[in-house]
Design a protein around this ligand. Structure first.
Ligand SMILES: Cc1cc2nc3c(=O)[nH]c(=O)nc-3n(C[C@H](O)[C@H](O)[C@H](O)COP(=O)(O)OP(=O)(O)OC[C@H]3O[C@@H](n4cnc5c(N)ncnc54)[C@H](O)[C@@H]3O)c2cc1C
Ligand code: SF4
Length: 328
């Protein structure tokens, strides 16, 4: 690990000022940031420790939850409103990482975790457009199993790995941002960028901008929701494919649908085409199959990721069936 300056403050304003300098980065739980620094993938010359900022806690307002960016994954999963009104969020959190990691890892850090692409995480691999723009992409031609099929380009097929983000894009969550230049709010569906021509840019976050809060609208009492994660082993593993689904079914017809897909997108994937198919359709397996077909339209695969098209379809059908069973 290269030498760096370490700054810790308990004032948001001081943290923002300290992070303005090019080469500065924030440190929250450190479970991604420190790993990548140890591996030589990231080399900030100043680390601004934000763990003492007053940005921790969950507040319910009746129609939404305001989650401080430094709330840990475990704390959010244990919140009573999350348990009762947002089971999809609770399940996405508890199916991620391990208890030890969830007790360190923060909500802001989780949303900004970097891809698990092994070529990105190995500086000995020269070709990685995300790490070294213009150098190429080792994954497109090499073994690529934990990679994306939606929102990818020939320049990068890296996966966004956060389970929580998949649930939050389906719920229309919003992030509150603050920098030395002011504050703004951005819907999570607009926060992440697809691989495109500049895969090194993953979000609309400006340098030095801090996530202060995540605002999650509560689901209507009439909607049922849940998270399905398909992975190689039962725990402590990232998703091959995941589905965040929320449905409202009235008289056997789907009246409201929210779907997020994980393990398949260069960003947490909101499956709007599938939602469109479902709205007003009978709550039957045939409708769910049609929605699943729509969800993977436009998928671009390499030999290693081709299996994900069918896996995503099957996972989506299964999760829609599971959630519709809850509605009975
Ligand atoms: C072995 C292992 C298994 C894992 N499994 C899963 C899994 O199954 N599912 C899953 O979703 N995740 C998984 N993770 C990822 C884990 O959830 C993230 O590492 C964690 O959530 C990151 O949070 P953190 O607070 O530690 O962030 P840090 O490592 O401190 O920061 C991550 C990034 O976010 C930036 N940052 C942090 N907070 C803010 C903020 N408030 N504003 C602006 N920038 C900020 C940092 O500068 C850094 O770039 C796993 C991690 C490990 C190591
Ligand atoms: S998939 Fe993206 S992150 Fe992985 S090697 Fe290619 S450019 Fe780098």
């Amino acid at each position: 690990m290269r030498a760096f300056e370490y700054v810790r403050t308990s004032e948001v304003g001081d943290a923002l000022a300290a992070s303005e300098r090019a080469g500065a980065a924030y440190l929250a739980g450190g479970t991604t940031q420190v790993d990548l620094m140890k591996d030589g993938v990231l080399a900030p010359d100043r680390l601004v420790d934000i763990t003492r900022l007053p940005l921790r806690g969950v507040l319910g307002t009746g129609h939404s939850l305001h989650v401080g960016a430094l709330t840990t994954m475990e704390e959010l999963a244990a919140d009573p409103l999350v348990t009762h009104r947002l089971p999809v969020v609770r399940e996405a959190l508890l199916l991620g990482a391990s208890v030890q990691l969830r007790n360190m890892a923060t909500i802001g850090g989780n949303l900004l975790q970097r891809t698990r692409c092994r070529y990105f995480r190995d500086p000995a691999v020269a070709a990685c457009n995300k790490r070294a723009p213009g150098s190429g992409c080792a994954a497109v031609a090499g073994p690529a199993r934990m990679h994306a099929i939606l929102g990818v380009s020939e320049r990068c097929i890296a996966l966004h790995a956060s389970d929580l983000a998949v649930a939050l894009v389906a719920l229309d969550a919003v992030v509150h941002l603050e920098s030395a230049r002011g504050t703004r709010t951005v819907p999570l569906t607009e926060f992440y960028l697809e691989a495109g021509t500049t895969p090194s840019s993953e979000t609309v976050l400006a340098h030095g901008e801090l996530i202060t809060e995540v605002e999650i609208p509560l689901l209507p009492e009439t909607m049922r929701s849940g998270y399905l994660k398909v992975r190689d082993r039962v725990s402590y593993e990232f998703a091959l494919v995941s589905v965040a689904a929320a449905l409202e079914i009235e008289d056997g017809v789907v009246s409201k649908a929210r779907i997020g897909l994980g393990g398949v997108g260069s960003k947490p994937w909101r499956a709007l085409a599938a939602e469109e198919v479902l709205r007003g359709a009978p709550a039957t397996e045939a409708s769910y199959r049609e929605a699943a077909d729509a969800a993977v339209t436009g998928a671009w695969t390499v030999p290693g990721t081709a299996f994900k098209v069918e896996l995503a379809e099957r996972a989506l059908v299964r999760q829609l069936q599971t959630v519709s069973e809850m509605s009975r």
